[in-house]
Design a protein around this ligand. Structure first.
Ligand SMILES: Nc1ncnc2c1ncn2[C@@H]1O[C@H](COP(=O)(O)OP(=O)(O)OP(=O)(O)O)[C@@H](O)[C@H]1O
Length: 523
């Protein structure tokens, strides 16, 4: 869907009129001070890049939300500064959910005058959405601290402090690129949701001749969910707690999916926590791989972290938002037992065996951790980890499950032995219930030296599902995953292709010896 205008209307004029009318200026003209404004919706505080008072803004948004979403949506187009296509069809208002409309109203309100000309230039061609940003130095507004809040693939996340309030925020610096712009744009587009990390300010600054985008986001004191989970010893969470996390993050995912945006990198590290207590608010962050497909075009680029990557991504087939559902299933699985459903026995991020198990949907629910989990919840995970994307639960279906709605669920057998085990028909093995098929060609299972706990009396084919990946290894696995991410995320910028004549890799060497007439390299 593309933005469309009716030929006889001039949206520029209309928006100018609306901005003039609604911008009751308290601190200067919009040109002088277009970015200084904070509002509090009651849910969150965020700088909205506008000058009107919060009442004006909300009234403005509400008015247009209720009376004339089209007018506001048209004005949103005037923010356009890049060629990214955001496929909202403004010719049909009913396509937009109320939340979507509300967000778009806010976007429209924040429109800095400086972008209007650019918007006009694009108005009757391909109409796109972008984000407003400052071009002055971030250090005019924030003090950048040396404190590192987190480290990710794209660099460090630093602490920064707003100069006039002393408030702490998180600063993510991205080297300017098409990918970075897409990350910021899609995050910006969804940032009004209460379970999405709020963006406060965006800057385009140049350091040592390198143009960067700097994103100031709210600081979540509880850190990321993986660290929080590990800091309490990776002890499995209760279904109630997991249900609450999935309810909140699922709400954010539903918001994204309703806007036809897939996050594509849902994992515990990208779920941020407002605190550590019972009232923790969970928020989705890191849109580094988020994508909005063109209409009816499924996303094709492989991304995601291997542990969370669905088969169709690994298989480089087409996929869509259902990859987020797979990743939610993986996240649920980890939180409920303390280890991931798929992993490499060799301690690498993605082995052929792990790939094969993912492709076949082959994982287990070992008795020790899973017997106390209800069959309903295990069924939810099964429905999320289906190898065929079209068979997977949608986000709307997940949000209606008892786990998420909080309806009573029949507990697993360790909680009460009086209840019949509905999973009696489930395929069982000595080590637990397993799913999928046993791959015909398994990877060699090496001697496991770092196994925590006893070796279970299970067939070799199933053993890898349990051994060696107990809680203490989770973090090191995640680190390995991090190192492998550049390869996994080849859908975007670059693909690293090893030199077949000089590469040293045992698997490659074996295959080369068997299949290829490439001279052998001694590693
Ligand atoms: N707003 C925030 N509040 C608190 N901690 C944060 C915040 N943003 C990021 N972090 C921490 O920094 C880490 C890395 O952040 P982020 O995921 O945004 O970076 P990245 O480079 O995109 O990472 P990835 O490796 O997932 O691509 C997070 O896992 C989290 O621990």
């Amino acid at each position: 869907m593309m933005f469309e205008y009716e030929e006889d209307e001039d949206p520029m004029e209309q928006q100018k009129e609306e901005l003039t009318h609604h911008s009751t200026d308290h601190s200067g003209s919009p040109q002088e001070n277009p970015f200084r404004f904070s509002y509090d919706t009651g849910k969150r505080a965020a700088s909205m890049f506008v000058t009107p008072s919060s009442e004006d803004l909300i009234a403005y948004g509400t008015k247009h939300l209720l009376d004339s979403p089209t007018a506001v949506q048209r004005s949103l187009v005037l923010n356009a500064t890049t060629s990214l296509n955001i496929d909202c069809d403004l010719s049909s208002d009913e396509d937009l959910s109320p939340t979507t409309q509300r967000k778009i109203c806010f976007c429209a309100s924040q429109n800095p005058v400086e972008t209007q000309e650019q918007g006009l230039r694009q108005a009757k061609s391909t109409l796109t959405v972008s984000f407003p940003y400052h071009q002055h130095q971030i250090t005019e507004d924030y003090t950048i601290s040396a404190e590192i809040i987190g480290i990710g693939e794209s660099g460090k996340v630093m602490a920064c402090y707003k100069k006039n309030t002393g408030e702490k925020f998180a600063l993510k610096v991205l080297r300017d690129s098409q990918k970075a712009r897409r990350e910021v744009e899609l995050h910006w587009l969804t940032n009004a949701h209460e379970n999405v990390v709020s963006i406060l300010d965006i800057y385009e600054n140049t350091f040592d001749n390198v143009k960067c985008l700097l994103m100031v986001v709210e600081f979540l004191e509880g850190g990321d969910l993986l660290s929080q989970f590990e800091s309490q010893g990776s002890i499995p969470y209760t279904e109630k707690k997991v249900g609450e996390i999935i309810r909140q993050i699922g709400n954010a995912v539903m918001y994204l999916h309703d806007m036809n945006i897939a996050h594509r990198d849902i994992k515990l590290e990208n779920i941020l926590c407002s605190g550590t207590g019972d009232n923790c608010v969970y928020k989705l962050g890191d849109y580094g791989f988020a994508k909005r497909p063109e209409r009816n075009v499924l996303m094709e680029s492989p991304c995601c972290t291997p542990f969370y990557a669905p088969p169709e991504v690994l298989g480089r087939e087409r996929y869509d938002k259902s990859c987020d559902m797979w990743s939610l299933g993986v996240a649920m699985y980890i939180l409920l037992c303390g280890y991931p459903p798929f992993y490499s026995m060799k301690g690498v991020a993605l082995s052929p065996g792990m790939r094969s198990r993912i492709a076949n949907g082959y994982y287990a629910f070992p008795h020790e951790e899973w017997d106390c989990v209800s069959k309903d919840t295990k069924d939810d995970i099964r429905c999320l980890l289906r190898t065929n994307p079209s068979d997977r639960l949608t986000i709307h279906e997940l949000m209606a499950t008892p786990l998420v709605t909080g309806e009573p669920i029949v507990p697993g057998r360790l909680v009460t032995t009086a209840i019949a085990i509905p999973g009696a028909e489930e395929p069982e093995c000595e080590g637990g219930i397993f799913e999928g098929f046993i791959p015909e060609e398994e990877e060699e299972i090496p001697e496991i030296t770092d196994t925590v706990g006893e070796i279970l009396p299970v067939p070799k084919s199933v053993r890898f599902l349990r051994d060696g990946v107990k809680a203490p290894r989770l973090h090191s696995i995640q680190e390995e995953v991090g190192r492998a991410m550049e390869i996994m995320r080849m859908g975007h910028d670059q693909v690293y292709v090893k030199n077949p004549t000089s590469s040293c890799n045992n698997l490659f060497a074996r295959r080369r010896a068997i299949h290829l007439s490439i001279p052998r390299v001694h590693c």
